[in-house]
Design a protein around this ligand. Structure first.
Ligand SMILES: [Mg+2]
Length: 285
């Protein structure tokens, strides 16, 4: 074999090997760009909760389940003809119980916010973009048709316009009893119990509707996770009977039990607290 031919063969091999190395390197680099390390995780703490609210039929079905239960309780009370002189009534929370704020939460995701923002909430409330939760209007109309009064007890604070905003929202959604005699918005406290007791003195309250244990009793207003769960367990027979609970994965006093406050600021420390909360039970830890 001529020396020149051998040299050409060797040179071709070297070029081929370089190309192979380059090709492998390119594939590896492009794979790295596409596959994020698992440790980076989701970019926004709210993503799963809000995606569930926005897409899961199961989330909406839980509202129907709650209102169906409430209706059954009211029907039974209507049939009972009790000796109680007080008229029948229902007490309900508003936000995340009768009113759906998915639009607000979607807005937060769009601006990459991962914690509740009170300023944005107040602006959003003023724009009156709220909708009714699935089955809410039908249940309220059933109550109206059967002379069962509904009292709305909520805590919100948008300044001097707080009551006006709430009343306008309820009227726009055609909710019955949208008047100052039935709509109570607490601005200075989240303690609903005083007002609820006053209503119960005059009415035979069949069910309380809420998305937060605090909507049923102030005794649940504790920050320790275990204590909160223990108090709930003591009352377990009330859930689905006197207490009708609706799902809320984005806000409420369960948030307060994690951070010590209901509206924690978006900080690295709070994101770490959330991670720890999510790892309370964790395989391998
Ligand atoms: Mg609520």
């Amino acid at each position: 074999m001529p020396l020149t031919f051998f040299s050409e063969m060797e040179a071709a091999k070297v070029v081929l090997n370089r190309r192979t190395i380059l090709l492998v390197l390119c594939v590896s680099l492009s794979s790295c760009a596409l596959i994020q390390p698992a440790s980076e995780g989701p970019r926004n703490n709210l993503l799963y909760s809000v995606a569930w609210q926005q897409t899961a039929a199961e989330y909406k079905a839980l509202y129907h389940q709650g209102f169906n239960l409430a209706r059954t309780r009211v029907e039974r009370a209507l049939e009972n003809n009790s000796n109680d002189d007080r008229p029948l009534a229902v007490i309900s929370d508003l936000d995340a119980t009768l009113l759906d704020a998915a639009d607000y939460w979607g807005y937060l995701i769009g601006k990459d916010a991962d914690f509740f923002d009170d300023g944005d909430w107040d602006s959003w409330i003023a724009e009156n973009r709220v909708t009714a939760t699935p089955g809410a209007l039908e249940f309220l109309q059933f109550c109206l048709a059967n002379n069962v009064e509904v009292f709305y007890v909520s805590n919100r604070d948008q300044g001097e316009n707080t009551d006006a905003y709430a009343l306008t929202q309820l009227k726009n959604l055609n909710f019955p009893f949208s008047d100052p005699e039935h709509v109570f918005i607490l601005r200075d406290t989240s303690n609903k119990e005083v007002l609820q007791r006053q209503i119960m003195e005059r009415y035979d309250v069949v069910v309380l509707l809420g998305d937060n244990l605090n909507d049923f009793s102030r005794r649940y207003y504790v920050t320790d996770v275990e204590e909160r769960e223990a108090l709930m367990s003591e009352d377990q027979e009330h859930f689905g009977s006197r207490y009708i609970l609706f799902p809320n994965p984005t806000d409420g006093h369960w948030i307060r039990a994690i951070y010590g406050e209901s509206e924690p600021p978006p900080s690295a420390e709070n994101r770490e607290l959330l991670k720890k909360a999510a790892m309370r039970r964790s395989w391998g830890s």
